[in-house]
Design a protein around this ligand. Structure first.
Ligand code: IVH
Length: 693
């Protein structure tokens, strides 16, 4: 995740109104999600992948949950996808077509299963696992067994009528057989087989059409052809995965029975399904699915886990756009092979020389990748990467693409030579150093222009001071043309408007917008300012903690290493770097200048509620908690100012008793410590209800 994308830290209180920062962030997320939806659903050319979309949606959902007043009717959280594109008739779904929540690991899955059971107040529920096919969802209505109408998901409430196009898909039965309910809707996934994708694209290119970026987009594009004879030429395929609306015929009892019924009626259901009774069994199924993934002729991006009983599914219902009764376990990291065109070295704001790879652009998991990070000098040597090599590129979630290794199919020509890492700074030619404990090579010239340019860019970035218009180019121009030689100079620029207007490509609007954005940034919060200073190791989270503890710039400047270390989450490296930073005269001068220029924010977040009954209390937890995990319980206690220890003593205030408690319970009873159950504990930490016997 880049700095620009880092989610905003928000105080988990619901009774305060949102800060300007929060309002702006929510607005920005709304714009980004809406844009992504349009690109994905309407233009079939996504710029961000599912994980990035999910991260934004989750952040927006949590902001809106904390501050309900942020929930506008046009917020993308209020609908499932995006409006139907024109050209097709609109279809109202009789039951909403939902999406799926995601988990990425076993812990996430366990959490989902635990929450599900807790919601139902039961201790076990059978599950069914299915492949998560990466195509597009379709609902097909059969009236008296005959295909009547097919609709895309659209926004989940309204979709597009694509009946004539769906009729062209060979694997979709036009007529069902056997004892079929008179009004029946089946749902499933339409996709384009991987083997057909390449040939479809080469045909398109030959006829001068743009290539599809991946099989999913080509399936969506193919199904949404206004001319169905075009669709008929595309080798689309389909699997059904559930019942939708069903008239008052006898409904099956479970999802597995529903799948069996669909098969019996002649519908195509994927053969790979696994029943699971426990999370362990689900994990085994997932391991199996990822093993066979490459052998399949369609893309899958994970496994869908569903609670089998339809009665339980009904009780669970859905929240927002996701059912509580199902979850998607997403596979990690997508990989692809491409050519490493060149290796470049960048100078960062702290002087670190960071190599990066220029790649022959390649699609990896839904986005085109043209650059990858190479981390440091040793990494290039360890992987023996050379310009011209064929390499394997990987993207996982939001992280910057990486080169995993050289491809096994790589063939080097005789001129290929190991990469020569520069001995001097590529920007200022000063000597570089590589310390023993650091893998990083650094330019130590405090006056290095490249470092300052990066610092300016970081200072202006979205999660720092958010100065729009101060991007890479302007951050290079301003110092090079002598407008700024330190950060404080930015706030003096308004005196030099006339000179700025003379700069190539600047123009009146640009200059005024830039000056305005700089002015607006004066009121950014203390954590943002602290983060913006670009002190090595101080990220936006640690900046929050530090700002929260010291509350103003002067106090932070005076903070001792011991005081900094006492903050949860601040380790010795940050503490000492911070002290070193403020010990330097030039930085003291910078802070002084900024304050003189009126940039001197105070942290305004409320202090933790000292009066909460948990504050200062000593807890011991014994046995297994049902709803919370032990780690969650411990964190909550800590957040409220309490402590958790592992053994019971006279000092213990409360023993929280779960199922199968250990000998700690006996000891607590012996010495007369207050014993509470999970319900009482939750009431205590939640609403501060002090348990009585
Ligand atoms: S169940 C209400 N089962 O994944 C639950 N969906 O990210 C949603 N998908 O829109 C449907 N394979 O298009 C289900 N075996 C499967 C699936 C599956 C692929 C798609 C579906 C849905 C999307 C959610």
């Amino acid at each position: 995740m880049s700095d620009q994308d880092s989610p905003l830290y928000i105080e988990p209180s619901s009774d305060s109104s949102p800060s300007d920062e929060v309002i702006k962030r929510a607005a920005r997320l709304r714009v980004e999600i809406n844009r992504a939806n349009t690109l994905y659903y309407i233009e079939n050319s996504p710029e961000i992948d599912d994980a990035q979309w999910d991260a934004r949606m989750q952040e927006l959902l949590s902001l809106e949950a904390t501050y309900p007043e942020l929930q506008t009717s046009d917020s993308p959280t209020q609908r499932i996808g995006s409006a139907p594109a024109s050209g097709f008739e609109e279809v109202m779904h009789r039951l909403p077509m939902l999406s799926l929540g995601n988990v990425f690991d076993e812990a996430g899955l366990r959490n989902w299963y635990r929450r599900t059971l807790a919601f139902l107040e039961i201790d076990h529920a059978s599950m069914v696992c299915e492949l998560k096919i990466d195509g597009l969802a379709i609902a097909i209505t059969y009236v008296n067994g005959v295909l009547d109408r097919a609709a895309t998901r659209g926004d989940g409430i309204r979709g597009e009528d694509v009946t004539t196009n769906v009729r062209t898909i060979r694997s979709v039965p036009l007529k069902l057989s056997g004892d079929v309910p008179s009004d029946l809707e089946l749902r499933g996934e339409v996709f384009l087989p991987k083997s057909k994708f390449a040939s479809l694209n080469s045909e398109r290119e030959q006829s001068g059409l743009p290539a599809y970026v991946n099989p999913r987009n080509s399936a969506s594009g193919s199904l949404r052809q206004l001319d169905s004879t075009e669709t008929a030429k595309r080798p689309l395929d389909m699997y059904f995965y559930s019942l939708g609306y069903i008239d008052n015929a006898v409904e099956p009892k479970s999802h597995s029975e529903a799948l069996d019924a669909i098969k019996e009626w002649g519908g195509r259901v994927n053969k790979w399904t696994r029943n699971a009774e426990t999370v362990e069994e689900v994990m085994t199924a997932i391991a199996n699915a990822s093993l066979i993934r490459d052998t399949l002729d369609y893309d899958i991006d994970g496994v869908v886990i569903k609670i089998n009983s339809l009665a339980l599914q009904k009780r669970l219902g859905y929240v927002g756009r996701d059912p509580r009764w199902a979850i998607a376990f997403k596979f990690p990291a997508e990989r692809a092979e491409t050519t490493l065109k060149a290796i470049h070295v960048n100078v960062g704001r702290t002087g670190a020389l960071t190599p990066w790879a220029e790649l022959e652009p390649v699609m990896v998991g839904g986005v085109t990748v043209g650059r990858a990070t190479l981390h440091n000098k040793d990494e290039i040597a360890r992987k023996d990467l050379r310009e011209g090599d064929r390499v394997i590129v990987q993207r996982a979630g939001d992280v910057i693409p990486q080169i995993v290794s050289i491809s096994s199919r790589n063939e080097r020509n005789t001129q290929s030579a190991p990469f020569q890492f520069p001995e001097t700074c590529p920007s200022c030619q000063a000597i570089t150093i590589q310390s023993i404990d650091e893998a990083v090579t650094r330019c130590v010239n405090g006056a290095c222009m490249a470092q300052f340019e990066r610092l300016l860019q970081h200072f202006a970035s979205r999660s720092a001071m958010d100065i729009e218009g101060l991007g890479e180019r302007v951050a290079q121009d301003l110092p090079r043309l002598g407008f700024v030689s330190n950060i404080a100079d930015l706030y003096r620029l308004h005196n030099r408007r006339d000179e700025l207007l003379k700069v190539d490509k600047m123009g009146e609007t640009r200059v005024d917008n830039l000056l305005q954005a700089i002015e607006a940034s004066r009121s950014q919060s203390l954590p943002r300012l602290l983060f913006a200073l670009g002190i090595s190791g101080v990220g936006s989270e640690s900046a929050e903690w530090i700002a929260h503890r010291f509350r103003n710039l002067t106090a932070i400047q005076k903070a001792t290493e011991e005081e900094l270390l006492a903050i949860d989450g601040i380790g010795p490296t940050i503490a000492s770097t911070l002290c070193e930073y403020f010990a330097l005269e030039q930085n003291q001068k910078l802070v002084e200048d900024l304050m003189k220029l009126g940039i001197n924010p105070f942290d305004q977040t409320p202090k933790p509620a000292d009066e909460h009954p948990v504050n200062g209390m000593l807890f011991v937890i014994t046995g297994k908690l049902e709803i919370m995990s032990r780690a969650e319980a411990q964190n909550q206690i800590k957040e409220l100012g309490g402590k958790v220890t592992s053994s019971v003593s006279k000092k213990t205030d409360y023993v929280v008793k779960g199922t199968d408690p250990g000998s700690k319970l006996d000891k607590a009873q012996q010495i007369g410590i207050h014993i509470i159950d999970e319900g009482q504990f939750r009431a205590l930490i939640g609403k501060g209800v002090i348990p009585v016997d």
